[in-house]
Design a protein around this ligand. Structure first.
Ligand SMILES: [Zn+2]
Length: 265
């Protein structure tokens, strides 16, 4: 079985399992337009996968080939065993994901795209694939220099995705898990409770809990937050964003070019 097949099975398997589980044990109950919400997010996600395969993958393969024939980059120089190389690659990629996510909140031009992900007011497993195509392209392009500098391979990226994507689907899900279990899991990975705070309509909470896979980065860089600031916790970006901005495909694709929310950053 190829790594691509394992990645495909891991994403489809974890998505299906989480999507079914969150119907049976939901954290937020009595949600409206549940199916329409999921279909819209998945449609955007599938479109982004197509664009990534066409543009980003070509660039990344070019960067990998360039670094490989010149033995350029940290991992080529260290001459590690395969398993040690994979572990270091996972740490490097996950740290980059943390820093890149934080930049998406700090740099206004990036936030314009990233707010498409954050204006979702009904988070569930499908929210994990709800990103503006512009963000996917820019984020994909930043991986080329990462591959060059650290001598990473396509296989390293795929292995990272096999491990990280189920966790990312999990922490976006609307699955109600015991608080005690969440408290234990958050020592290692980003959990639903931690990531829900990152999707709060309060900026102080949104500017916390940026990790994708390993939660250690938020603890190391002082961005960890464990409890909501208010009792009436809400998801989304507040009243400045209308239903048509955040709950239609056209509105989502146009959102980066709107002047809303400029006071937020
Ligand atoms: Zn974010």
């Amino acid at each position: 079985m190829t790594l691509e097949t394992i990645k495909f099975l891991s994403v489809i398997g974890s998505f299906s399992l989480l999507y079914l589980s969150e119907q049976l044990f939901p954290y937020f109950v009595s949600r409206k337009h549940h199916l329409r919400h999921s279909l819209r997010n998945v449609a955007l996600g599938l479109f982004n996968v197509t664009i990534s395969l066409m543009i980003v993958l070509t660039l990344i393969k070019g960067a990998e080939h360039w670094a490989d024939i010149r033995q350029f980059g940290l991992l080529h120089q260290l001459e590690l065993s395969t398993s040690a190389g994979i572990i270091i690659a996972l740490i490097i990629i996950d740290l980059w994901q943390y820093l890149w996510h934080r930049m998406n909140h700090r740099i206004p031009a990036l936030w314009r795209f990233h707010r498409v992900h954050h204006c979702d007011t009904e988070m569930d497993t499908s929210s994990a694939v709800r990103f503006h195509t512009g963000e996917i392209l820019i984020s994909g392009l930043t991986r080329a220099p990462l591959i060059l500098v650290f001598g990473l391979s396509i296989e390293h990226l795929i292995i990272y995705e096999i491990v990280a994507l189920p966790v990312i689907l999990f922490h976006h899900s609307n699955l109600r898990i015991p608080t005690s279990l969440d408290r234990v899991l958050r020592y290692i990975i980003m959990t639903p409770h931690m990531h829900r705070l990152h999707h709060s309509d309060q900026q102080q909470e949104t500017d916390s809990n940026y990790s994708s896979l390993f939660s250690i980065w938020d603890r190391l860089f002082y961005s960890f937050q464990s409890q909501p600031l208010r009792e009436d916790f809400k998801l989304g970006l507040g009243s400045a964003y209308s239903d048509s901005d955040c709950n239609s495909l056209g509105g989502l694709l146009a959102l980066p070019f709107s002047e809303k929310d400029r006071t937020r950053h």
